[in-house]
Design a binder for this molecule. Structure first.
Ligand SMILES: *Cc1c(COP(=O)(O)O)cnc(C)c1O
Length: 439
């Protein structure tokens, strides 16, 4: 157990000569003493940059500000910092200023799909609700880099209430995903208030919280916070570990507290060049996560946000990693690899191919070992034609009438109750020509 080890003690006393373990384990102390300047970074790590490099770094910092918690900084291995995954995720890189042609400020069009400030309503039954603009650490690979360094402010009650009002008035929403910023940077009583408001909405069945505090500020998971969360079940939490090195004694303790409170934990990793783009690192990470009761949920392809080109890998790297996980380790240790579609199409899962071929009565599949096998299709399957009228169906789904009648996308093409044959893009030239023929 190395909570407040010698190295961390040295860092703490450089910040404040009287600092003890009490300060180190106090999350507010870390927020107050976050490292925001290159000078402070140099002073605490003993790393010194050459004057020309410092100038480049300073230029980067004015575009994309710096903020590292003393705890996360203490995980940097200074002897080999240039290859260090913690350093790369937290410290400035002048390559952030290179903007490639295909990069965008808001690649996921979150601001476009926003009915009221703070809410992104992209999927039919769930919303993303940005309740905090504050983060403990500024991850260099942040997909919302456009917002980082906007003056840290906490949306006030009036603004939060607008989001809550939207959710109240939209009965399709059964899942609210709180994100930011980091919702756990809010004061306890403010978070308690938001959760209480959401809980009073009858159609909201689950509340999810996305937070990186277990990784960069594990001391935020206090008894008081956990007691608040427990009052508002069902609460699900997704966190953001990218490398096995981040699963320290402090982080594991934070995860244990959350899991003991009955909160299902998930993890969303981002595939990052020179940080975790390695099947062995990823396998180690997912296995250690499940050992700490965290279910790997998503592995994200790095978004097309501005300034992230040095972090991006080809999609093939992700497929290679998935190939190394599926079948090779516990099924619940395998995340879903997703590309968040530029333009706002949402998350698209991508996988290696397992179906080799298909006939009317056989499917030919291959497994993770390369074995090619045949699955015989059933001979006497009689398909129930679905008219979307559950009252007349022999399957016993007792849903109220009018519920779940909308089908969209490919599901609509497959459905028996809809006549649609093709999905045709807007402005399809061939269809427009047809209209001109007047036939
Ligand atoms: C990721 C995301 C969600 C949640 O998606 P799940 O696949 O259900 O985890 C919801 N809204 C937005 C805008 C998202 O980006």
């Amino acid at each position: 157990m190395e909570i407040f080890n010698k190295h961390q003690r040295e860092i703490a006393t450089k910040i404040d000569p009287t600092a003890k373990i009490t300060e180190w384990c106090n999350w507010k102390w870390h927020v107050q003493n976050s490292i925001k300047s290159i000078e402070q970074f140099e002073k605490l790590t003993g790393i010194l940059f050459a004057p020309e490099e410092r100038e480049e770094l300073e230029k980067t910092r004015t575009h994309f500000p710096l903020s590292i918690t003393p705890y996360y900084l203490s995980l940097i291995k200074t002897s080999n910092y240039r290859n260090d995954p913690v350093f790369k995720q937290s410290f400035l890189d002048p390559k952030e200023l290179l903007i490639s042609p295909n990069e965008m400020k808001d690649p996921l069009s979150e601001d476009h799909d926003s009915p009221v400030p703070g809410i992104t309503h992209r999927y039919p039954d769930r919303v993303l609700f940005l309740v905090s603009n504050v983060c403990a650490m500024y991850c260099r690979h942040c997909t919302r880099k456009r917002k980082v360094g906007d003056i840290d402010y906490i949306p006030d009650r009036t603004q939060i209430l607008k989001g809550i009002e939207y959710i109240k008035n939209t009965p399709q929403i059964r899942d609210v995903l709180l994100s930011g910023g980091d919702p756990f940077l809010l004061p306890d009583d403010y978070l308690d208030w938001i959760l209480t408001e959401l809980q009073t909405i009858p159609h909201v069945q689950v509340i999810r919280i996305g937070t990186r505090t277990p990784v960069v500020l594990p001391y935020r998971i206090t008894d008081n916070l956990v007691n608040i969360l427990k009052k508002h079940h069902p609460i699900w939490i997704n966190t953001h570990f990218n490398h096995p090195r981040e699963l320290t004694a402090s982080a594991r303790k934070a995860l244990a507290k959350l899991a003991d409170a009955g909160i299902p934990l998930g993890n969303q990793s981002v595939l990052l060049a020179d940080v975790n783009d390695c099947p062995r690192i990823m396998k180690e990470l997912v296995q250690r996560l499940v050992a700490n009761r965290v279910r790997p949920y998503y592995l994200y392809q790095c978004d097309l946000s501005e300034g992230l080109s040095h972090f991006r890998t080809p999609v093939g790297k992700g497929i290679e990693i998935m190939e190394s996980l599926i079948g090779h380790t516990s099924g619940f240790a395998v995340p879903t690899y997703v590309i968040d579609a530029p333009g706002g199409g949402g998350k698209i899962p991508v996988m290696p191919n397992y179906i080799i071929s298909w006939s009317v009565n056989k499917v030919i599949l291959r497994n993770y070992e390369g074995v090619i096998t045949t699955y015989q299709e059933p001979e006497n399957y009689s398909n129930t034609i679905c008219k979307r009228n559950c009252k007349e169906c022999s399957l016993e789904l007792d849903i109220s009438s009018g519920e779940d009648i909308n089908v969209i996308g490919v599901e609509k093409l497959l459905s028996d109750s809809d006549e649609t044959i093709s999905l045709i893009p807007n402005n399809n030239e061939r269809i427009e020509r047809r209209e001109n023929y007047g036939n």
